[in-house]
Design a protein around this ligand. Sequence first.
Ligand code: FAD
Ligand code: DLZ
Ligand code: SF4
Length: 509
Amino acid sequence: MSGTRNLILVLGDQLTPTLSGLAAASPEHDRVLMAELHDEATYVRHHKKKIAFIFSAMRHFAEELRASGWTVDYVYLDAPDNLGSFSAQVAQAVSRHRPERVIVTEAAEWRVSQMQAGWQTQLPVPVDILPDDRFLCTPSAFKEWAAGRKQLRMEYFYRDMRRKTGLLMDGDKPAGGKWNLDAENRKAAAADLFMPRPKACRPDAITQDVLTLTESRFGSHFGELTPFWFAVTRTDAEAAFDSFVEQALPYFGDYQDAMVEDEPFLYHSVIAQYMNCGLLDPLRVCRRVEAAYREGKAPLNAAEGFIRQIIGWREYVRGIYWLKMPGYDRSNFFGHTRSVPDFYWTAETDMACTKAALTQTRDEAYAHHIQRLMITGNFAMLAGIDPYALHEWYLSVYADAYEWVELPNTVGMSQFADGGLLASKPYAASGAYINRMSNYCKSCRYDVKMRTGPDACPFNALYWDFIARHRDKISNSPRMAQAMRTYDRFTTAEQQRIAGSAANFLASL
Ligand code: FAD
Ligand code: DLZ
Ligand code: SF4
């Protein structure tokens, strides 16, 4: 009998000292297991920056745990006893330390949760799977909320979360009288506005080691590894968030939907990667933003808009994920089958808007929401790209990507592949929308005002062709029905030119 009573597995997105698995154990008798795993880095070929970020954050978290008295078995990627997968690593640790039981906090992704469930029968000791209490709404509470509703709409879920947390509430009324100020959050941003950059952190010795390791083991993966500036500790992630609150939050609402050339971050927080791996606590983040509003340091449309993304959208998409998995990943309402175009990996395209979104994706493992939704997502839907292949692309290229949040955003919100379960309408748009919300078109070789021909903005013909192709599937949406009526007023010759332009462009991909 060794000295280990419980073996606690901590996953790479569970880097939270108050994690339920750790709270159920004690540093004196129990042992923590963490492992850098080939399987986790390659089940989709993650962006190099994302792998380095997670490995470095894991190594720093292991140090933090040791400093507070925990015994941590940290299995480095290159360790001789690294077996490459969670299941093999846990089995090895159980046979080595013979604990009385294994404790895990339930995995955020269905794939890993299935592994955890399997350990309950495969391992010779009991396995406790504890709820992940870092979210506001449990999967079963979401299921109850969804039961019997004809339509699941984020807005009503969000109001419940406001009431539950008391965030931006004055008694039982929303602060300022309105629940949702989205209508005030659609300004285009002039390129000469002051735009702060996210706080950059200098890589320390641990991160330098991880960068070398990542280049040597995953050098052929997508993306630029350096410059690497992400925070990898809780303290630095909090400092980065503080800097956002002070500099960018006041403008977050106004310019949430804006896009500006050479400004990859605009007034966005760039904290999803920190929240999703456990370095920042979502509720604390929201309380800090509410405090900035109450102190007069940020307007209500900024604070409400920001809080809605976290207690509304973030929790809502997670609820949908657990409600609909397994199987949700194979949704394909429009029956799209085209492969992801090569330029999604190379950023080599003449479309200035798409090039900008893809270049920063490659360089920073980041694009802001409206770029993901209205540039790469919109293009993919108009071009008829297979939603599953696109989902794998999004899951691999962003530092904040985990299936529970990425999949509903891709399949549901951006591709409408679930037929409207998550989103009330397909987010399909022509070049006119992109031109209204950005300055990309000014430097583009295509003409955003032209509908057809080799110099016309490709989004235009693709948009009208999409409307024509899928009219039977989208006629329920009022906005789409209006677009259909416009299409129907085009002459037959124009409709043929649209079909020809769209086909030519798609053939060139
Ligand atoms: P900000 O714009 O500053 O917003 C603040 C926070 O709100 C974010 O950090 C995030 O936690 C939350 N948030 C905002 N929008 C959403 C949303 N739609 N769903 C869930 N949370 C939201 N987000 C991820 O965290 N991981 C993903 O893998 C991911 N994949 C996406 C794929 C597609 C196709 C689309 C359209 C959106 C995706 N999102 C994803 C949502 C959103 O784009 C990112 O959360 C956001 O861009 C992260 O940047 P930020 O931290 O600067 O966010
Ligand atoms: C994303 C990721 C990567 C790249 N590497 C690891 C790893 O080596 N070890 C680990 O414990 N977790 C990693 N992760 C995060 C896991 O994939 C994540 O915990 C699961 O997807 C469950 O949500
Ligand atoms: Fe994008 Fe079309 Fe504008 Fe070019 S013209 S930047 S392709 S929307």
